[in-house]
Design a protein around this ligand. Sequence first.
Ligand code: LLP
Length: 435
Amino acid sequence: MNNPLLSLFPVTAQVKDDRLFIAGQDIVGLVRRFGTPLYIFDEATLHSQCSAFRDEFASLYPRSRVLYAAKAFLGQGLARMIADERLGMDVVSGGELSLAHKAGFPPERIHFHGNNKGREELELALTLGVGRVVVDNFHELSLLEEIASRRIALQNILLRISPGVDPHTHSHTSTGVTDSKFGFLMDRAAEAVGLAMDSPHLHLVGLHFHLGSPIYDVEPYQEAIARVLAFATEMERKFNFELREFSPGGGFAVSYTVDRPAPPPSYYAQGIVSALRRGMGEGKSEEPWLIVEPGRSIVARAGVALYRVGTRKEIPGIRTYVSVDGGMGDNIRPALYDSAYQALVANKASQEHRETVTISGKFCESGDVLIRDIPLPPLSPGDIIAIPVSGAYSIPMSSNYNANPRPAVVLLTGQGPKLWRRREHYQDMAALEES
Ligand code: LLP
C-alpha cells in the first residue's frame, strides 16, 4: 500500500491483493475487457487538476483564466469536462478547433495559437467565433486583417512575443528562446503592436508568450514576465496601448518519476502572480487579465498506459529486453526526448522488484524503448505493465507506424469505465486509400 510509485498514478489508484485498481476498477479485468495497449484516464484526477489550477490562480489573482492546452490530449469527452470545469481552451489547429466545436465547447473561451495558421484555419476560427486569435507573425497579421475585414465584428487578438528567455528544458520543447520559429522577436514586436493597433478590424487586447515545457522552476517565467511587461509599458507610452490581457503560456512540469518531483500548481501561481504584480508597478488603473495555459499538468497524471508483456530476450551480462504490445507508436516521448518513465506490474503490484529489465516496444526500430533498465518483479508473457503519467502528449503524438492500429482510450468514472475512443482496426488504415 505504501508503494511510492502510487504517487505517480491517478489519485484513485490503490493496490489490493497484489493488483492495481484505479477508480475502483481492477486493471487486470479492465484490459481483459478492452484489450491492450490501452490508455485509461481517471475522471477524479482530471477534475482535481482542473480545479487546482483554476482555484490556485483565482485565489491569488481573481482576474485570472485557465485555458487547457488541448495539444496535450483532446477528445470530445475531455472537451466537455473542460467546459464544465469553467476552463477555456488553447487550440493550435483547425482540427483541434473543430473537435472542440463538435463537443459543443464555447468558442468565445477558445484561443487559437500556431506559428503557421492557414487561411482556411483562420476563416474557420472567425466563422466559429473564437475568443482570441494569438497572432504569431507579420504574415498572419495581414492575412487575419484581410479575413476580418470581410466580417462585421472586430476580432480580438493577442500578439505572441518571443521574450528570449531560456526555460532550461529539452531543446525540442523550448519555444521562447531567440532562436525559435515562434512569435515576434522583441525588437520587431513594437512594429507589430503599431500595425495591430492601426488595424480597423482587429482589436489588440494583450500579449502572450510561451517559454517551453516542462519547466520546473518559476524563474524563467519571472524573467520573461518582467521583459514583456516592460515592453508593454513602452508600448503604452508609444501607442497608448492598453494591456488588458497577459498570458505567460503553459509549460508547468509534472512528476514523471519519483526522483524528480514537480512543484505543485500553487508554486507556479505564486511565482507568476508576484512577478506580474511587480512588473505592473503601482498606479495602474486596472490589472490585466492573467491567462495561463496548462496542458500537460492537467492530463498527465490522470492517464495510464497499459501494455501486455510478450517476449523476453536475455543478453547475459548486458541487458534483458522485455517487449510489450505497444511502444513508440503510442508514446514517442522516450525516443524523441529521452523522457523517463516508471512502471508497475498491474497483476504483480506488491511483488518485490527482483530483476532489472528494459521495456521495449513492438515497433521495428532499436530506439523503440519505453523504459531503460528498470527494476521490476520477474516478468512473464501476459503480465500487464502500467506506465503512469501517460496522459499528456502520448495519444496526440501517436502514429500508425508499421501499420499498427492505435490503442483505445477509456475514461474511468465512479460509475464504471466509459469508452472514449475505440481501438483502431486494420480496416481503419486501409479506409483512406483508393483501392
Ligand atoms: N501554450 C502554448 C502556446 C504551447 O505551445 C504549449 C505547448 C502549451 C501552452 C502547453 O504546454 P504544457 O503545459 O502542456 O507543457 N510534445 C512535448 C510538449 C510540446 C509542448 C508544445 N507546446 C512533450 O511531449 O513533452
